[in-house]
Design a protein around this ligand. Structure first.
Ligand SMILES: O=C(O)CCC(=O)C(=O)O
Length: 287
């Protein structure tokens, strides 16, 4: 459960970190499973439904930057991500039940892990209200030098900013144009087994990994059950099956917000890494 202070931090800052949430043996098991996935990626040439590859990936030198939907690929990831501690924290912050919206494992290898430019998750998946959050579960120690997540405190209380350029969704915010002072950005370092929780409107980014230590974070995205995606639900039974806490509803709760629909997508659509290849000016060196 969260303390009153932890809830207040989340409400005021738009993010929070909690230490020592995941047992070390589960982290060790996740490392073994990830190593197997990377080994198998030698047989895969480019992005597919399981992998998103770093530039330069090859059979000789596999470079995986994301395992997509890890929870559906191995039980250790759902054991970790859907543990009671994590769902209790999410339920305390979301209020109206918890539905799994998405999951991904971002891997930044030592020396070349790709950055992620500044963005708000809500721009990618607008809903009828903004009771959505993302939880990052550190599988390695994550710190500034190996590319920990950066956040702008209080930014979740501002607007959902423009993530389009030249009429196309590019998944990034031009921070200069929006007059956002980058000196406000704070790193969110995490020890392996600790978690961060950020609001879907919190501006965040991640620097490249130029250090000798890898950084792997398992992310889950969670929504209140009465937050309905503005782009619609194609399969309501499947949508309901993602409810982790609370009961299905057909009544959505709405909040007045000035939001854009993330369309049209750029030609290089897929993961955020691919979508952001169109984004300029870049804040982080692409490597
Ligand atoms: O990897 C990170 O630290 C940030 C991840 C992120 O913002 C994303 O995948 O959308």
């Amino acid at each position: 459960m969260l303390t009153v202070n932890q809830k207040t931090t989340y409400l005021e800052q738009g993010f929070l970190s909690l230490e020592g949430v995941i047992p070390v043996q589960d982290i060790a098991e996740a490392h073994r499973v990830i190593d197997d996935f990377v080994e198998r990626s030698r047989n895969v040439q480019s992005h597919n439904e399981v992998y998103d590859m770093e530039p330069g990936h090859s059979a000789i030198e596999p470079r995986v930057r994301r395992i997509k939907t890890p929870l559906s690929l191995h039980s250790i990831f759902s054991k970790i991500a859907l543990s009671d501690c994590i769902l209790d924290a999410a339920e305390a912050l979301l209020g109206n039940g918890v539905r799994l919206h998405g999951n991904k494992l971002n891997m930044k290898s030592a020396g070349f892990g790709s950055p992620i430019e500044w963005h708000q998750d809500f721009a990618f998946y607008p809903h009828s209200n903004d009771d959505l959050l993302a939880i990052g579960i550190a599988l390695d120690d994550s710190f500034l030098e190996n590319g920990c997540t950066l956040m702008i405190p209080g930014s979740h209380r501002g607007l959902v900013l423009d993530h389009h350029q030249e009429g196309v969704f590019v998944g990034g915010v031009d921070m200069g144009k929006q007059r956002i002072d980058l000196s406000q950005a704070v790193p969110v370092p995490l020890k392996a087994g600790s978690i961060s929780i950020h609001h879907c409107r919190t501006l965040h980014a991640a620097t490249p990994n130029r250090s000798a230590q890898r950084r792997r974070i398992l992310f889950i995205e969670l929504a209140a059950v009465d937050a309905f995606p503005l782009r619609g639900v194609s399969d309501i039974a499947q949508f309901d099956s993602l409810i982790l806490r609370g009961e299905p509803t057909r009544s959505y709760r709405s909040k007045a917000m000035d939001i854009r629909i993330p369309l049209p997508m750029p030609e290089s659509q897929g993961s955020i890494y691919e979508i952001q290849t169109q984004f300029r000016p870049r804040v982080f060196d692409e490597g």
